[in-house]
Design a protein. Structure first.
Length: 256
């Protein structure tokens, strides 16, 4: 996987590749934090914020017929299209990742190149089930040794057709499943032990308030906008890795 960054921090243009072990070292103020935070932010956005676009005809067929088979395309052209789209969407979140002013990143660019050889789709059968109102409403199965998904809808398709939020959620669930199957081996869950972690506990309560505010807004909304949710998710006063450290501290407290 090759990373290209432009006009981010001290870097006008830089390229680097990631392997099983990658060490980035240098003196103070040479850009190590910019390189790692930018990549961390992209992986976090790709896993949590980037929404795969599922063709509308797939959703229409599923609502009308109750089941659907979706091929999983892992050609280089398709991989390039998905990653380029994610990089383009990530651009506007870069200032939020660093919790910095937008004017400092107006000409910034972050680009990732993934080779198809890095894509590993599990060979075993996988099954995903989803519930709403304590009832099964969706099942997704990846058959053994096949690059396809079989999707079954248990709810009445006509009822879902009238429910805008559930219909949008249906598209997102299928998109997230395809995204995870294709890219989970490439963009893995990661963690940064940031230098700011010693003071993270001080800001925990403030971020808890912000998190609860977002949840209340979602609960009271008739129509869910995933773009708005992602925007709120990254819009806080602290750099993303610091916020993730605070989440880690919060989770430790919950299990202690």
């Amino acid at each position: 996987m090759k990373i290209t960054i432009e006009n981010i921090g001290v870097f006008k243009l830089a390229e680097y590749e990631l392997s099983d072990l990658t060490i980035i070292c240098g003196k103070n103020n040479t850009g190590k934090t910019y390189v790692t935070y930018a990549l961390y932010g992209f992986i976090d956005f790709f896993r949590r914020g980037y929404v795969f676009k599922v063709p509308s005809e797939y959703i229409s067929t599923l609502l009308e017929e109750g089941s659907l088979t979706i091929p999983i395309d892992i050609s280089q052209a398709t991989i390039d299209k998905y990653v380029a789209d994610a990089c383009q969407q990530y651009q506007k979140y870069i200032p939020k990742i660093f919790s910095a002013q937008e004017k400092n990143f107006e000409k910034s660019r972050f680009c990732v190149n993934v080779d198809v050889s890095e894509i590993i789709i599990p060979k075993e059968e996988l099954e995903y089930s989803y519930r709403t109102n304590k009832k099964d409403f969706l099942q997704i199965i990846k058959p053994k040794d096949k690059n396809e998904l079989f999707v079954s809808l248990f709810n009445n398709g006509k009822e879902l057709e009238q429910n805008i939020s559930l219909k949008a959620n249906l598209s997102k669930i299928i998109g997230d499943t395809i995204k995870d199957l294709i890219f989970n081996n490439v963009f893995k869950e990661c963690y940064i032990a940031s230098a700011e972690r010693t003071g993270a506990v001080i800001f925990k309560d403030e971020l808890n308030i912000q998190k609860n505010t977002i949840l209340r807004e979602i609960a009271s909304s008739d129509k869910i906008s995933f773009e708005d949710i992602v925007d709120k998710m990254y819009n806080t006063s602290y750099a993303l890795p610091v916020r993730r450290n605070i989440d880690f501290i919060r989770n430790l407290e919950s299990i202690s």
